[in-house]
Design a protein around this ligand. Structure first.
Ligand SMILES: NC(=O)c1ccc[n+]([C@@H]2O[C@H](COP(=O)([O-])OP(=O)(O)OC[C@H]3O[C@@H](n4cnc5c(N)ncnc54)[C@H](O)[C@@H]3O)[C@@H](O)[C@H]2O)c1
Length: 262
């Protein structure tokens, strides 16, 4: 991976995949702009990435609020003068189990769609103009294997229907945006992780561990490797797609699922 003072912008980085990606990018020589709504977690990631030599700027910001996104992009540009890599990490299905379509109130549907889809649109809406001026950029979103649907109880995915809908939407978003911005030297890709564990104490890991033994055994039995993905395993895929060398990979959706979907 080339490291010539490239700058990466992560719209969530306090825990899980975002934190692992920030640390890996710092190790590969990126400077970082880190955002998240969780101030304590954000500070922990900023401190850790700083120990790997990155210059780090950070802001508490909600990825679904356009004013926050705009403020972060202004902050990053004032600090670094460029944004080379954008990782749209913010997302999730919410903690409240809602299985059937008629269990899901409209406001909850809109909240999950906004967190997983609007957040990506807003980050791209404000970062793409910067990348277009630079004639260079790498964008990665995080979809999920659930974009293809899943049988059984919702498990770690509180509101699976809007979550699956939004994550499937990211695949089309990626294909279209990649075509729209390719002539400006910008690539756009998405990754589809299966069940991913961050550090001990991270949300999905804790949520999985609190499920019944029957659920956990059955879930892991569905995976060829019989284990979850590590956040570092997903981060490594993001780091490749955000590297200069991934120059001609664009518009793709890359599973990080140990052959679960195949
Ligand atoms: N962990 C998995 O099993 C898994 C699998 C497939 C896809 N994903 C996706 O990967 C991404 C990261 O998930 P994770 O598992 O690392 O989760 P996580 O809960 O560990 O981390 C999510 C981070 O997003 C932050 N966040 C939440 N809402 C935000 C908002 N509105 N604005 C800014 N930050 C916000 C949280 O504070 C947290 O730091 C999400 O998009 C998720 O949907 C996760």
């Amino acid at each position: 991976m080339t490291h010539t003072s490239r700058v990466a912008f992560l719209n969530a980085s306090a825990s899980g995949i975002g934190r692992a990606t920030a640390i890996m990018l710092a190790r590969h020589g990126f400077d970082l702009f880190l955002a998240d709504i969780d101030e304590d977690g954000l500070n922990r990631t900023a401190e850790e990435t700083g120990t790997h030599g990155a210059t780090v700027e950070k802001a508490v910001a909600d990825a679904t609020e356009e004013n926050d996104v705009e403020r972060c992009v202004r902050h990053a540009m004032a600090a670094f003068g460029r944004i080379d890599a954008l990782a749209c990490v913010a997302g999730g299905a919410g903690g409240v189990p809602m299985h059937q379509v008629d269990d899901i109130p409209l406001d909850h549907w809109e909240k999950i769609i906004s967190l997983n889809l609007n957040s990506v649109f807003l980050a791209c809406r404000h970062v793409v103009p910067v990348m277009r001026d630079q004639k260079y950029g790498r964008i990665v979103c995080i979809s999920s294997t659930v974009a293809k649907g899943r049988l059984g109880p919702v498990g770690t995915m509180g509101a699976r229907l809007p979550y699956a809908t939004a994550k499937a939407g990211l695949i089309g978003f990626t294909k279209q945006l990649a075509k729209d911005v390719g002539e400006h030297g910008i690539t756009v890709n998405t990754v589809l992780p299966w069940l991913t564990f961050g550090d001990p104490g991270s949300k999905i890991r804790e949520s999985f561990e609190s499920q019944s033994d029957e659920y956990k055994t059955r879930t892991l039995a569905n995976s060829p490797q019989k284990r979850p993905v590590t956040a570092a395993g997903v981060a490594a895929t993001l780091c490749f797609l955000l590297s200069e060398e991934a120059e001609y990979v664009s518009g793709t959706s890359v599973p990080v699922d140990g052959a679960y979907l195949n």
